[in-house]
Design a protein around this ligand. Structure first.
Ligand SMILES: CC(C)(COP(=O)(O)OP(=O)(O)OC[C@H]1O[C@@H](n2cnc3c(N)ncnc32)[C@H](O)[C@@H]1OP(=O)(O)O)[C@@H](O)C(=O)NCCC(=O)NCCS
Length: 198
């Protein structure tokens, strides 16, 4: 019954092609490019993310991360993708549909990050614009939610540009950079997408 739909991919979810970026599941071979990108983007990313564990950029932590991604995807809890620039195949960032809720919700939370050197080049708009149809058409979700700190102008602009509507304000919503911070709540619902019926 479509209403209570869940999905199961035999292996990894399909790659997703955007205009200038391609999205695919993270692989062990991505470690050195990923760790370099995260390290060089540390000052850019940390103010807007949960506190990084001390060993976050180590190979062991990356292996655990991949195991968690695979398990979350197998159990239909979360879908994580790395974002690659199509012109040269460079890893530029990542995004995920997490906290998938089935049953009468059919919703998930969108999260994203971009390497500092690749920011403000339209890559994340492209990636978000590509993952939303995947969420609705492939995963069968009806609602994609996102939340950001009100002072995060880049994130606010990204969401509004990608057609997310501001729905509310949640006090002390998430623990970001070591502090419980208020967030703006945004969502896109399936009915916002003209090309997806049902
Ligand atoms: C938010 C983030 C993912 C946006 O990625 P991006 O690839 O730079 O986004 P885009 O280039 O697609 O830009 C999207 C829009 O935001 C605008 N924008 C991006 N960075 C901006 C900034 N620092 N100030 C103002 N506007 C900004 C862009 O100009 C664009 O709007 P426009 O087309 O109307 O000009 C990236 O800035 C980032 O990773 N920030 C740090 C971590 C973070 O905030 N994570 C999300 C937590 S909710």
């Amino acid at each position: 019954m479509a209403f209570f739909r869940t999905v199961a991919f035999s292996d990894t979810p399909p790659a997703i092609e955007g205009t200038g970026v391609a999205l695919r599941a993270p692989l062990a071979a991505d470690f050195s490019e990923w760790t370099t990108l995260r390290e060089t983007s540390s000052a850019f990313l940390r103010p807007w993310e949960p506190t990084w564990p001390l060993d976050d950029l180590s190979r062991g932590a990356f292996r655990r991360r991949l195991r968690r991604y695979a398990e979350d995807q197998r159990t239909d809890q979360a879908y994580t993708f790395f974002v690659f620039r199509r012109t040269d195949g460079r890893l530029v960032g990542g995004l995920s549909l997490a906290n998938v809720r089935r049953g009468v919700a059919q919703a998930a939370s969108l999260g994203y990050w971009m390497g500092a050197a690749f920011a403000r080049q339209g890559c994340m708009s492209d990636a978000v614009g590509s993952i939303v149809p995947f969420a609705f058409a492939t995963l069968g979700l009806r609602r994609v939610e996102a939340a950001c700190i009100p002072t995060n102008v880049a994130s606010v602009r990204l969401l509004e540009k990608c057609g997310f509507e501001r729905e509310g304000y949640a006090r002390r919503y998430l623990c970001i950079n070591g502090a419980w911070q208020d967030h703006l709540l945004y969502a896109r619902v399936r009915e916002d997408s003209d090309d997806i019926s049902g």
